[in-house]
Ligand binder design. Structure first.
Ligand code: GDP
Length: 538
């Protein structure tokens, strides 16, 4: 053992595992680079993606992955960070939510693997749709959220306006830890607020060329700040007082309960506010804790090793048909090579090949602790939601499937391939690549695939061909909304125009609707029918 039994709680308490939730272009990649820069993992921002050519690098990779028929990686970046005044490094696990056009069920599943989320908002745009959807998942799972208002170096809204928007649209009370000094577009520094909103210090930032290195910080007293910044400072002080008057000061319990969100104004591009985010993560975000099991108990972090699989990625290497299963460690110490039990089959699994993956970077993992994310190679039986353990048996609850918004019929081009087609569908279904719906009218040969994002369909078509050698045809269906129903309601629903009822492979009955007006009309006409929203997004 590399850590003594007393060592494990210490390893766990210095860990923070989080994800960034944001809308495409809010600056997630830029923030990730900036965090890594502050962790001194890399010497210049841009080393992860190559900043100037980043767009093309990233999309090339996506094309390549798509061509091989896999979903774009969700991966974890691990780095050490020494917080102010701390005697040991914190270990930060940033679990990447796949972004951009590849929005999929995986994006949600990542949130089952983290203990906190950073909600990244573009100061000029405010709350955007993808952020809202992901936020709902955080709320559903009780994940505390730290808010970062990004791109403050560009003209945008007034600072308090953005806070009102958060309050009004999602009912989360924003409690700024810092307020910007200087309006959006004239970002000079941050006012650090005390527990009662009183200004504690002024952190003045100096720009560096292209934001490629850490922005030098200077700490000034409130009096010095007023002398130096004049009205920009006094405005920030007044705003801070206004917030305190409405009770918008940080409260750790309310934050952990998901009722308030500490806010930091930042510019990921200039590296302003990035260190403050790291400090907040270490000081406020919860360390990994016990996880509920299926029997209503919980697995404590100090119990023997256990982990939950939250993502499976297949076919990264077409020649080897490899499968990577990403697990989040829940309890105990992981050592590469240990033989673990797969709770769903009861079978042993040797963890000979264990990796961390970030972008194209892969490294072997020898030891890992609760909160860490490890990719297991060739873990063919593992699917999202599955449990691995040693010694003391445990099974974690399955990951809920999220409300699909895209629906397509899939058929094999050639009837002769039906057997392979059926096998492939079952395989992709069990991996959680898409949800599979069937009804008697459409029959077994033309199942309906349901997805959170359309990229999931592309993955199915490509994998059908490369892995199972079945050419398929996909036909988009005009449904946009699903509700859970029951057998008693199914007949009446089946008679309605613009509605179709299906059985999902887990046995749930789902009614699909063309649009929300159709649904609202039916709810009004037939108030007794069972129509429940699916998890999180609907
Ligand atoms: P992602 O899609 O969320 O990963 O966003 P990116 O990190 O790719 O950023 C989208 C665009 O916004 C890029 O052109 C970035 O250079 C730019 N950007 C990101 N952060 C900032 C910021 O703090 N200030 C400014 N002015 N631009 C930013």
């Amino acid at each position: 053992m590399t850590a003594s039994p007393e060592g494990l709680p210490a390893e766990v308490s210095r860990r923070r595992t989080f994800a960034v939730i944001s809308h495409p272009d809010a600056g997630k990649s830029t923030l990730t680079e900036a965090l890594a820069l502050h962790a001194r993992m890399i010497s210049e921002a841009g080393a992860i993606h190559g900043k100037a050519g980043r767009r093309s690098t990233v999309s090339d990779w996506m094309e390549m992955e798509k061509a091989r028929g896999i979903s774009v990686s969700s991966t974890a970046l691990q780095f050490n960070y020494r917080a102010e005044g701390a005697e040991v490094d914190s270990v930060i696990n940033l679990v990447d939510t796949p972004g951009h056009s590849d929005f999929s069920e995986d994006t949600y599943r990542v949130l089952t693997a983290v203990d906190a989320a950073v909600m990244l908002i573009d100061a000029a745009k405010g709350l955007e749709p993808q952020t809202l959807k992901l936020f709902q998942v955080c709320r559903h799972r009780g994940i505390p959220v730290i808010t970062v208002i990004n791109k403050w170096d560009r003209p945008g809204q007034a600072p308090l306006e953005l806070l009102d928007e958060i309050n009004e649209r999602i009912g989360l009370t924003p409690t700024p830890l810092f307020l910007p000094v200087g309006i959006a577009g004239d970002f000079r520094g941050l006012l650090r607020r005390g527990a009662d909103g009183a200004p504690l210090e002024y952190i003045h930032f100096t720009r560096t060329a292209g934001g490629a290195t850490i922005a030098p910080e200077e700490s000034l007293t409130p009096a010095q700040a007023e002398a130096r910044e004049g009205e920009a400072w006094t405005t920030a002080v007044e705003e801070s007082e206004l917030l305190s008057a409405t009770g918008q000061d940080h409260d750790q319990e309310m934050f952990l309960a998901g009722q308030t969100s500490p806010v930091i104004y930042a510019s990921a591009m200039l590296n302003f506010g990035v260190r403050q985010l790291l400090e907040a993560l270490v000081a406020l975000a919860p360390p990994p804790g016990p996880r509920p099991d299926v029997h209503g108990g919980a697995r404590e972090i100090t119990e023997p090793f256990s982990a939950v699989v939250f993502k499976v990625q297949a076919g990264m290497d077409a020649a080897h048909r490899d499968r990577l299963a990403f697990m989040r460690i829940v309890s105990g110490e992981f050592e590469r090579g240990m033989v673990v039990t797969h709770a769903q089959t009861g079978r042993p699994f040797a963890t000979k090949y264990a990796l961390t993956v970030f972008g194209r970077e892969r490294n072997t993992v020898d030891t890992a602790y609760p909160g860490d994310v490890v990719g297991l190679v060739n873990a063919t039986a593992l699917a999202p939601g599955h449990t691995l353990f040693v010694d003391k048996k445990v099974e974690f609850p399955p990951i809920p499937s999220f409300a699909p918004e895209h629906f397509s019929v899939l058929r094999a081009e050639s009837a002769g391939k039906y057997k392979q087609f059926r096998k492939a569908i079952d395989q992709l279904d069990s991996e959680g690549v898409v949800q599979v719906l069937r009804n008697d009218i459409r029959g077994d040969a033309s199942p309906v695939l349901a997805a959170v994002g359309p990229m999931q369909f592309e993955v199915v078509t490509a994998r059908m061909l490369t892995e199972f050698n079945v050419e398929t045809r996909m036909e988009h269906l005009p449904y946009t909304l699903a509700r859970r129903t029951d057998a008693a309601s199914a007949d009446e629903l089946g008679r309605q125009r613009g509605v179709e009822v299906f059985t999902r492979s887990d046995g749930a009955l789902l009614a699909l609707f063309s649009d929300k007006w159709r649904l609202q009309y039916i709810e009004k006409e037939f108030p007794k029918l069972t129509l429940e929203p699916l998890v999180a997004t609907a």
